[in-house]
Ligand binder design. Structure first.
Ligand SMILES: Nc1ncnc2c1ncn2[C@@H]1O[C@H](COP(=O)(O)OP(=O)(O)O)[C@@H](O)[C@H]1O
Ligand SMILES: [Mg+2]
Length: 350
C-alpha cells in the first residue's frame, strides 16, 4: 500500500460508526480504496441497506480525511450493504437467513401483523431480502394484509414456493386453508406447523426473516422462543395501561428465555388510546424504545385492502413513522448482532 493510501486508511480508522460505536475500518466497512489525483475513492459497506446514517458517515469521513491527509481534496464514496450473519441461526432449519426477528405482544389486536407487514415492505423497499412468516397459525391475517388472499402455493422439489408481495416473501397457513374453515390444531401440532413454515418452504437467501406471532405467552410464542435462537424480539403495545401491563409479561417471558430484546414499539398512539405508555415501559425496563406509530384510519384501510401504508401512502404521518421504525429496527438488529460474539464477522460472509 502506498504511503498516501495508508494515511487515508489511518484517517478513516478514526471514524466511529454512530450506531455500532466501533471504527469503520475495524468493522471492515471500508473496501476498494484507491487514490486518483486528489480524490480518495472507496466503498462503504453498511450493515443494512435501510441505513439512515449515510450522510452522517460521509461527513465524518470527509472531516477525518480532507485537509488531514496531504494531497487529498475530495472523497468519492460508493455505498453497498451486507447484513451480517447471526451464527446462532446459521444453517438453522436449512433456511439461509442472516437474522431472525420475532414480532410479539401481550394483547391481541395491538398491531403486530400491521407492524410485521410494514416492516417487511419497508426493508424490502430499501433493498433487503426479506421473508415473513405468519406465525399466527390459527388466525392468519397476513394473506389479507398483503392482498394475496387465499391460494395454494406452488410446490417445487418438495418445497412450497413462498408468495411475494411488495418485494418480500410470505408464507402463511392462510394460503392453505379456505377462509371459512377453522384451523384446528393442538399444541404439539401447532409447533410442528410453525416449524414447517420454515423447513417446507423454499425461502432462498434472506437478510431478515420476520415472524409475526400470536399474542401472549401461550404455547406458540413460547415454543418458538425456546426452539429457535432468535436474533431478537420486537414487542408491540398500545399506549394504554392494560396493554402495557400485558406487554410487560410478554417482554419478561422473552427475557427469561434469554432472547435479546430489540425494543418496544408503541402503536395506535393518539387521543383515543393515549400516548407514552410504550416509551415509559421501555424506560422502566431499560430496553430501547423503537418508535411510536399514530392511530390513523389509513393504516387500518391499508390492512383491509392489502396495501401496507409504507407503500400505499408513505407521506402519511403513520407511513413516515413506519419507515423510520424500519430503519431504527434494522440498525438495532445490526447492533445486537455485532454485540454478540456469535455473529459471523462482516469480512467472511458471502
Ligand atoms: N396505527 C394504527 N392505526 C389504525 N389502525 C391500526 C393501526 N395499527 C393497526 N391497526 C388496525 O388494528 C387492527 C389490529 O391490528 P393487527 O395488526 O391485526 O393486530 P395484531 O396482529 O396484534 O392482532 C387491524 O384492523 C389493523 O389494521
Ligand atoms: Mg396478528
Amino acid at each position: 500500500m502506498s504511503k498516501q493510501l495508508e494515511q487515508v486508511m489511518a484517517a478513516l480508522s478514526t471514524v466511529i460508526e454512530p450506531e455500532l460505536h466501533r471504527d469503520i475500518v475495524s468493522l471492515n466497512m471500508v473496501r476498494d480504496l484507491e487514490i486518483e489525483g486528489d480524490i480518495a475513492r472507496f466503498t462503504i459497506v453498511l450493515t443494512t441497506p435501510a441505513c439512515p446514517l449515510k450522510d452522517v458517515i460521509a461527513q465524518l469521513c470527509r472531516d477525518a480525511v480532507v485537509g488531514k491527509v496531504v494531497g487529498i481534496a475530495h472523497l468519492d464514496i460508493k455505498w453497498d450493504s451486507q447484513v451480517p450473519t447471526d451464527r446462532k441461526i446459521h444453517g438453522l432449519l436449512d433456511v439461509p437467513m442472516r437474522s431472525l426477528i420475532a414480532v410479539a405482544s401481550g394483547k391481541g389486536g395491538v398491531g403486530k401483523s400491521t407492524v410485521s407487514t410494514n416492516l417487511a415492505a419497508a426493508l424490502a423497499q430499501a433493498g433487503a431480502r426479506v421473508g415473513l412468516i405468519d406465525g399466527d397459525i390459527l388466525n392468519p391475517n397476513l394473506p389479507t394484509m398483503t392482498g394475496l388472499g387465499y391460494g395454494r402455493p406452488v410446490v417445487m422439489n418438495d418445497k412450497m414456493v413462498p408468495l411475494e408481495a411488495y418485494g418480500f416473501k410470505l408464507m402463511s397457513t392462510g394460503f392453505l386453508t379456505p377462509p371459512d374453515k377453522p384451523m384446528i390444531l393442538r399444541g404439539p401440532m401447532l409447533h410442528g406447523a410453525i416449524r414447517q413454515l420454515f423447513t417446507d418452504v423454499d425461502w432462498g437467501q434472506l437478510d431478515y426473516m420476520i415472524v409475526d406471532l400470536p399474542p401472549g405467552t401461550g404455547d406458540a410464542p413460547l415454543s418458538l422462543a425456546q426452539s429457535f435462537p432468535l436474533t431478537g424480539v420486537i414487542i408491540v403495545t398500545q399506549p394504554q395501561d392494560v396493554a402495557v401491563s400485558d406487554a410487560l409479561r410478554s417482554l419478561a417471558m422473552f427475557e427469561t428465555l434469554n432472547v435479546p430484546t430489540l425494543g418496544i414499539v408503541e402503536n395506535m398512539a393518539g387521543d383515543f388510546f393515549g400516548e407514552g405508555g410504550g416509551e415509559k415501559l421501555a424506560k422502566e425496563r431499560g430496553v430501547p424504545f423503537l418508535g411510536r406509530i399514530p392511530l390513523n384510519a389509513e393504516v387500518r384501510k391499508g390492512g383491509d385492502f392489502g396495501r401496507p401504508i409504507v407503500i400505499a401512502d408513505p407521506e402519511n404521518p403513520a407511513g413516515q413513522a413506519f419507515h423510520q421504525l424500519a430503519q431504527t429496527i434494522a440498525a438495532r438488529v445490526s447492533v445486537v448482532m455485532l454485540q454478540s460474539a456469535d455473529v459471523i464477522p462482516l469480512n467472511i460472509i458471502g
